[in-house]
Design a protein around this ligand. Structure first.
Ligand SMILES: *Cc1c(COP(=O)(O)O)cnc(C)c1O
Length: 221
């Protein structure tokens, strides 16, 4: 068994344990395997093990490795988890199945136009900047509700959920709770939060999707 498959089994075991500890059904939690910086040879063992949900944070990098893999495994679900520029919206809509980083009106409008043009409808999540960090993307929490309603009712976008990346230097729990509360208020089914260092806490707070990279593939260089 290769290293990455052993790590994969271990992450799955920890996800299931965290779900059970929170009286949740483990099958309600999806592992998004974050493959940024890693080549197909690292991804292949997970594909062979049957894993189908992956995350990349850059459109251009994803274009270099995923079109081939998606041709070979038709049921791959590829998530864009990093910031999206308008000039990459066309490529993003054609390659990704879920775009987790909708974070401003302009990109929402450009995506709406591209999705109609291509007749391809990736699921969309709104990124919330729970820590109000200047360097981080995302809608401020107190604007999230109006933003989601605007996207739904004015732009006719099917927003499926929320995503956040808490500040690195703070305990994540209050951020996870805030995101879960917002999702509940907006009746959004998808809550993407939790990374290698904190996915168990995110599951305790209601995450439906955890985005895990280094715990699966080792530290990135
Ligand atoms: C890289 C990345 C992750 C995975 O981070 P790890 O700490 O390696 O698990 C999750 N979410 C986003 C948005 C990322 O960019």
């Amino acid at each position: 068994m290769s290293d990455s498959t052993a790590a994969y089994d271990e992450v799955n075991r920890r996800i299931a344990a965290a779900a059970v500890a929170a009286s949740r059904d483990p099958s309600q939690i999806t592992l998004v395997a974050v493959t940024k910086t890693h080549g197909p040879e690292i991804i292949q063992p997970l594909l062979k093990a049957g894993h189908r949900v992956y995350g990349e944070n850059r459109v251009q990098e994803a274009q270099g490795k995923w079109p081939d893999l998606k041709r070979r495994y038709a049921d791959i679900e590829l998530h864009l988890i990093g910031p999206l520029q308008s000039n990459k919206a066309r490529e993003a809509v054609s390659l990704f199945d879920v775009i987790e980083s909708v974070d401003r009106e302009k990109i929402a409008r450009v995506l709406a136009g591209e999705m109609a043009r291509q007749d391809r409808w990736p699921e969309l999540l709104v990124q919330v900047n729970t820590g109000l960090e200047a360097q981080k993307a995302g809608i401020a929490p107190d604007e999230a509700k109006a933003f989601v309603q605007h996207l739904r009712y004015d732009l006719h976008l099917n927003i499926r959920g929320l995503m956040c990346i808490p500040p690195f230097d703070q305990p994540p729990i209050s951020h996870f709770q805030q995101l879960a509360g917002l999702a509940q208020e907006l009746a959004l089914p998808v809550i993407s939060m939790g990374m290698s260092n904190d996915f168990e806490q995110a599951i305790a707070c209601g995450a439906t999707h955890v985005r895990v990279g280094s715990a699966l593939f080792g530290a990135r260089t």
